[in-house]
Design a protein around this ligand. Structure first.
Ligand code: ADP
Ligand code: MG
Length: 322
């Protein structure tokens, strides 16, 4: 089983940033209101995520680190209407199989915190821990036991940049969360709970925030919210197109194409602008179970989605030129 977990880890945990994503998604799924992240050496040496969410009961701690143990879906049926970010139950097991992991948690209302350690896939007995609330997971020395994969890790600064991408995506999608992140002991991000527009400014900068156009369109069960930037502003960072489907960051050709066409149609511009879009639809209308890392989705009715996005954006963009 250890080997199976390590093989799965190769898919789920490509690099420190993918481990960070799994941990942050778990915190969100646990209903956290504040999450803090500490990284050392781009996450290669340490990834620590602390949240104030609902916590895990003592007797569930070891289970949380086991493969296909998820508390989030009860049956195959549920797969068609996933509303949590995680559901495969392989995130923690995979990470634990390729790192030294410490999981501490205090169940909401519980009188004591507990922790379990896992190293090299071996899960130890639960011990009492000191933790005021929520859950803290520490992942040390990712891939210490898989030299072949460790070789593929890039420099600490490159790995940190990937972690920051993951952090920004969460930050953009959840302005109601207080978030903070340190790297090698230095505070890099400190975000208080704020409005969506304020969060855009905090994460993407003044140039974007000063020119962005707020969008909120709906048609039947489809809704598009977000902020579209002017195509003339400079792009900051590597990621300039942020698309979230039911709260989940995705890269999707249908969406990218619809947006590009809308900009081209209204502004006659071929350049990709910076934008942050939130698409909401019935969970049954989108398959998020395409790949373990889940940035791919499959829309059941992709043409209808394309039409809706194109028309909504077209309308919003055209209104600014009137
Ligand atoms: P999944 O998220 O797909 O359910 P994971 O391996 O990521 O699988 O997590 C396994 C289980 O551990 C979750 O279903 C959840 O019950 C529990 N868990 C993990 N992280 C947290 C957390 N930060 N707070 C509360 N529960 C957690
Ligand atoms: Mg998970």
């Amino acid at each position: 089983d250890h080997l199976v977990n390590q093989i799965a880890a190769g898919e789920v945990v490509e690099r420190p940033a993918s481990a960070l994503k799994e941990l942050l998604e778990n915190s969100l799924d646990a209903g956290a209101g504040a999450v803090s992240v500490d990284l050392a050496e781009g996450g290669c040496k340490l990834i620590r995520v602390s949240d104030d969410g609902g916590g895990i009961a003592r007797e569930e701690l070891a289970l949380a680190l086991s493969r296909h143990a998820t508390s989030k879906i009860a049956s195959l049926e549920d797969l068609h209407r996933v509303s949590t970010l995680g559901f495969r139950g392989e995130g923690l097991a995979s990470i634990a199989s390729v790192s030294q992991l410490l999981l501490s948690s205090r169940l909401a209302g519980g009188d004591q915190a507990w922790r379990v350690a896992a190293d090299n896939g071996q899960i130890h007995e639960a011990e009492p821990a000191a933790l005021a609330a929520g859950t803290t997971i520490e992942v040390r020395d990712l891939y210490f036991n898989v030299p072949a994969r460790r070789k593929f890790l890039k420099t600490a600064s490159t790995e940190y940049a990937h972690c920051e991408d993951v952090f920004k995506r969460i930050a953009l999608s959840r302005p109601d969360l207080a978030l903070m992140m340190t790297h090698n002991g230095k505070v890099q991000w400190r975000l208080k709970m704020e409005s969506p527009a304020e969060r855009m400014r905090a994460v993407l900068g003044n140039e974007f925030a000063d020119s962005m156009l707020a969008i909120d369109e709906a048609a039947g069960p489809l809704r598009l919210r977000g902020f579209a930037g002017s195509p003339t502003i400079s792009r900051s960072g590597r990621d300039a197109q942020f698309v979230f489907v039911n709260g989940r960051f995705v890269r999707d050709k249908v969406v990218l194409h619809a947006v590009r066409e809308a900009y081209r149609d209204v502004l006659h511009l071929d350049r990709q602008p910076l934008y942050v879009l939130f698409i909401e639809l019935d969970p049954e209308g989108v398959d998020v179970n395409v790949h373990p890392t889940k940035t791919e989705v499959r829309f059941r009715e992709s043409q209808a989605i394309h039409r809706f996005l194109f028309h909504s954006l077209n309308k919003a963009l055209a209104s600014t030129r009137a």
